[in-house]
Design a protein around this ligand. Sequence first.
Ligand SMILES: [Zn+2]
Length: 284
Amino acid sequence: MHDKNSIHKYLFLNKIFFLIFFIFLSSCSKNIYQESKKAYKKQAKTLGKSLRNIQPDSINNQAFNVIESQNFSLRKPNFIIIHHTDQESCEQTYRTFALQRTQVSSHYVICDDGTITQMLNDLLRGWHAGNSTWGNVTDLNSVSIGIELDNDGEEPFSYAQINNLTRLLKNLTEKYKIPKQNIIGHADIAPGRKVDPSALFPWKTLAESGYGIWYDETKLDSVVIDSTFNPKKALKFIGYNISNLENAIYSFKLHFNPSDVSKTLSEKDKKILILLEDEILKLK
Ligand SMILES: [Zn+2]
């Protein structure tokens, strides 16, 4: 058995050990972010420099003429892609996006408590969408802003998080004139490869606030499924990549019928597809 003094000594050493451990941990993450900040500035500077001059291409060894116009601005994002991080904490996500070896990033991270952290200038091409398509758009990273929600994929999204997501969407859609139908999920643009945000993500509530689209639920009972109805065409019309139909159906259901996520279309799903087509036609 330990005597009183050695217990005190043990507790004291224990405290010192944890203190050193935490100092080590915090200095580690500080270094990561400092390194990442330095690399960000350097890369942004190089990019800026490369924009200063037109580097003309050539056809048949004949270089193009260069006459600079003075009327331009930077290209703007036109889509917003929503993700869940599938990680344990915001801190873990910050580190993932700060480290070079991961080769992934996103413009914004929103924590459980609603804290918003911006990690890239909106006008930069983030690396969040990966190999993905929506309609005829084949490089979503080039035209989108990525928003990551701190969530492990199994827990509900908190009120504070969704509330601040809505505020951020208001801000971004107004600033860049992004149409509401261009606010979509990672699973929508990468069927079979991605399943975020999870079925718990409140797409319907978001659409009621004016971000993303939803179907008119009051019409569900009265919709008639015509014999000519082609679900493949309908999914494609909405934007889904239908090269693998089952995967496209899964992504569609994850978004628009989250209480029945599967790879087969029910009668209700077909009706939802018809109603969604109506919604999109109204926007065109
Ligand atoms: Zn994602």
